[in-house]
Design a binder for this molecule. Structure first.
Ligand code: MG
Length: 602
């Protein structure tokens, strides 16, 4: 499909925006009127510049408040519309977007609206352009797509069509079924945007929180599928208003935007019936399953002391790099002693080559690094927050990450699988607050992970927003954490937390404390509250208190968990035991844990 983007969706001045959009490979552009008004170039020069860059001007937008206008004011509207249509013609835009009236003075008179839209259609025909009428979600009397379609039908002018904007349609609670009887040739333009689910004023939601498809939670693909199935043959065009976009580099946003359309097209292609319909480009599918292989942390004496204290032992040495594989039971940690390394995560996500090809198709940047002869192909991809994610084949395959390690001398004497840990339960990744949605979009688009809702917790110096992701198949549990905190407060990024699962947490904690391993101390007030909330028997509360173990219960499921202190780098370990199918992360205990960690860090 042809791909376009509205100039409002990238930061900068109009000419910078056009450069960035062209560099990202878009076919066309929507010129946003305020961008044009503040540009020193006349419309014809902008048109020429677009032509030089290989961009079509697909749309000029928006013309506002043109229908439902009190009759005595309509002459002024026609004057304004005439002027704007002339600008569109100079820009070479074949289509002009008009959005529904938001003025308090507008009239709830469908016949008047249709009559005025017909008149606008006549003017459009005179200028050789088509007007696409959009129901703004906060329009005064026309705010749902069915109302706009009825107005277009009643106005009955060939130069007046319907504009479909996925945000406005979905924000009002409508879905693809709202377009059921709209013929594709009557849809003049399709704008796409996603958004996180927020319960707020729809205008604020639209202006500040729209995002690119794949980053939010709306069923954008469902609406696009309906529009394409109806026979719409125009471009797929992004229109994203967002505070984040305005602060971001235009080139980076344009690449995010292009990726989101590639992802969207692929999503829609996957939902199209096998025969017939438009031909859409598909990208290689995501991995069949995604499981945690290892976490990688930079080597330092405190990291080694932490691992040793927890019962980890060196298990293998990388054949060519200063990297050691540490193991406890079935839990694997890779310690990298090369200078200047960051944390990373290793995932078992076969087929490795397919995932690498999908990352390429979606424009996710590779981790550049040397691969030695006979080493596993371990493609690395950099997430928006800068996290390195390495993709490994399953154990036993030649591209299994473990092949790159020679058995450690010290490990030779150890019984295989020694240690009480069952494996990595989940990995916590610190991301900058303004990258939380993009980071979730990375894991969603590349690995097919399903993001959960954003959860918020009080943090002593700010707030923590957290989002858990799970794959459809595989054991990966990933938790993205964004701390909005006071200036000067540490906000570590990358892998900050690894949670290891065990079968008997109280016994493990008991052994660790006896061996002098420091674990986080939990205030007695927490246990008084625990007793109040769950009515646990006194001996159980006392047992938890004595061991500094946190507790949560949902239905028949129980979680017991404990934490190590936080290292200077921000890294810490959680030890946990899930009972009875407990599926969460102990969110109820996050506030006390954050407070104790902050206190301990002082
Ligand atoms: Mg729109």
């Amino acid at each position: 499909m042809r791909k376009a983007i509205a100039t409002v969706s990238v930061s900068g001045l109009l000419t910078d925006k056009l450069d960035a959009v062209a560099a990202a490979g878009f076919d066309g552009v929507e010129i946003f009127d305020p961008d044009l008004i503040s540009c020193p170039l006349p419309p014809r020069d902008i048109a020429a510049r677009c032509a030089d860059l290989g961009l079509d001007v697909d749309l000029f937008q928006p013309v506002r408040d043109i229908e439902g206008v009190p009759p005595e004011e309509f002459d002024a509207v026609l004057h304004r519309v005439r002027r704007k249509l002339a600008v569109a013609a100079e820009l070479g835009a074949g289509t002009v977007l008009a959005c529904s009236n938001v003025a308090g003075s507008s009239l709830a008179d469908p016949d008047l609206t249709a009559e005025q839209l017909h008149r606008v259609g006549e003017l459009a025909a005179e200028h050789g352009v088509v007007v696409a009428f959009e129901a703004l979600a906060w329009g005064r009397h026309v705010n749902r797509v069915r109302q706009a379609w009825r107005a277009v039908q009643t106005a009955d002018h060939p130069s007046l069509t319907l504009a479909v904007d996925t945000f406005h349609l979905l924000a009002r609670g409508d879905g693809p079924e709202a377009l059921v009887d709209v013929p594709g040739e009557r849809i003049g333009f399709l704008q796409v945007a996603d958004a996180p689910l927020l319960d707020m004023n729809v205008l604020e939601w639209s202006r500040h929180f729209r995002c690119f498809p794949g980053q939010g939670t709306l069923d954008v693909a469902g609406v696009v599928l309906a529009v394409l199935s109806a026979g719409y043959a125009g471009p797929l065009s992004l229109e994203v208003f967002s505070d984040l976009v305005r602060e971001e580099q235009a080139s980076e946003t344009a690449r995010d935007a292009m990726r989101s359309l590639v992802f969207l097209e692929d999503e829609v292609a996957g939902r199209l019936p096998a025969a017939g319909g438009p031909v859409l480009a598909a990208v290689p599918p995501p991995a069949a399953s995604v499981s945690t292989a290892f976490v990688e942390v930079p080597g330092s004496p405190p990291v080694r002391a932490l691992l040793e204290g927890l019962g980890f032992a060196p298990h293998g040495r990388h054949r060519t790099k200063p990297v050691t594989w540490w193991r406890n039971g079935a839990a694997d940690v890779v310690v990298n002693d090369a200078a200047g390394t960051d944390t990373a995560i290793g995932l078992v996500a076969p087929p490795v080559a397919g995932v690498a090809a999908r990352a390429d198709a979606l424009l996710w940047p590779k981790v550049e690094r040397a691969r030695g002869a006979d080493e596993a192909r371990l493609p690395g991809i950099t997430s928006p927050s800068g996290l390195h994610v390495f993709v490994s084949a399953a154990a036993g395959d030649s591209d299994d990450w473990q092949h790159d390690f020679a058995a450690d001398v010290a490990a030779a004497d150890r019984p295989p699988g020694g240690g009480p840990l069952l494996g990595i339960d989940h990995v916590g990744v610190g991301v900058p607050p303004d990258r939380l949605d993009r980071e979730a979009g990375f894991f969603r688009t590349l690995f097919g992970l399903a993001p959960g809702p954003v959860e918020e917790f009080m943090e002593p110096r700010g707030r923590l927003r957290s989002r858990a992701l799970r794959p459809p198949r595989g054991d990966l549990r990933l938790v993205l954490n964004a701390v909005d905190a006071a200036t000067g407060v540490s906000r570590p990024l990358g892998v900050t937390q690894v949670a290891f699962a065990c079968a008997d947490l109280l016994a493990l904690v008991c052994r660790l404390r006896a061996a002098g391993v420091e674990l986080l101390r939990v205030p007695d007030n927490y246990y008084a509250d625990l007793e109040a909330r769950f009515g646990l028997p006194a001996y159980r509360v006392e047992e938890l208190r004595r061991h500094g173990v946190l507790y949560d219960r949902v239905g028949r499921g129980e979680l017991l968990h404990a934490y190590t202190p936080v290292l200077a780098t921000g890294f810490y370990v959680e030890l946990l035991e899930r009972r009875g199918g407990y599926d969460g992360y102990g969110a109820a205990n996050a506030t006390v844990r954050l407070a104790v960690q902050r206190e301990q860090a002082r």
